[in-house]
Design a protein around this ligand. Structure first.
Ligand SMILES: CC(C)(COP(=O)(O)OP(=O)(O)OC[C@H]1O[C@@H](n2cnc3c(N)ncnc32)[C@H](O)[C@@H]1OP(=O)(O)O)[C@@H](O)C(=O)NCCC(=O)NCCS
Length: 159
């Protein structure tokens, strides 16, 4: 069952409702990140999490999709950010009841394959200092601390 998913490209107009449904099952993370219940505004923010000086065409919003179309997680990335040979992971979240089963680690290896195939050499992301569980996850998956920005840790991984 744990392998019974695929990464699917998401579109704001078409997939907004199932992203909201998924966000509601990731409530703990949304509350920590946004400080409020998952809602339509959070979904809009997910689809518009665009790095500085980039456009919507530069980001990749994916769902971790079960065969029945339900989403058990979300993945937001910016290929080619911060540099041409980097991919920036803006968000990886798995629904609360699916965590700890290896899905996150397998998503990371799929991201590595995709990024490598496009010529990237590094993955980069930022983790809240108040999210030690996530830090443990990223470190277990080969990421290490590059710098500290305010309350956040910037992590990188060579691929
Ligand atoms: C971090 C996250 C994406 C990992 O996905 P996952 O499918 O649970 O990951 P895996 O099953 O491959 O790995 C489990 C490891 O992740 C870590 N982990 C972090 N949060 C966890 C949680 N709530 N439940 C279980 N494991 C968690 C643990 O180190 C665990 O290893 P352990 O079992 O040896 O303790 C997922 O736990 C999650 O969505 N967390 C909330 C959102 C978040 O913090 N995202 C990162 C933003 S930078």
């Amino acid at each position: 069952m744990a392998d019974d998913w695929q990464l699917a490209l998401l579109n704001e107009q078409v997939d907004g409702a199932r992203v909201l449904d998924c966000a509601q099952r990731c409530r703990d993370y949304v509350m920590m990140e946004a400080g409020r219940e998952p809602d339509a505004l959070w979904v809009t923010g997910f689809f518009n999490d665009i790095p500085p000086e980039r456009t919507k065409d530069d980001i990749l919003m994916l769902g971790i999709e079960r065969p029945d179309g339900s989403l058990i997680g979300l993945l937001g990335m910016s290929p080619g950010y911060e540099t041409q040979t980097e991919w920036y992971i803006g968000l990886l979240v798995v629904t609360e009841n699916e965590r700890g089963a290896g899905i996150g680690a397998r998503v990371v290896s799929e991201v590595i394959n995709l990024a490598k195939a496009s010529g990237a050499q590094t993955l980069r992301l930022s983790v809240f200092g108040r999210n030690p569980d996530a830090l443990r996850f990223w470190e277990a998956n080969g990421f290490y601390q590059d710098r500290v920005v305010g309350d956040d840790l910037v992590l990188v991984r060579q691929i």
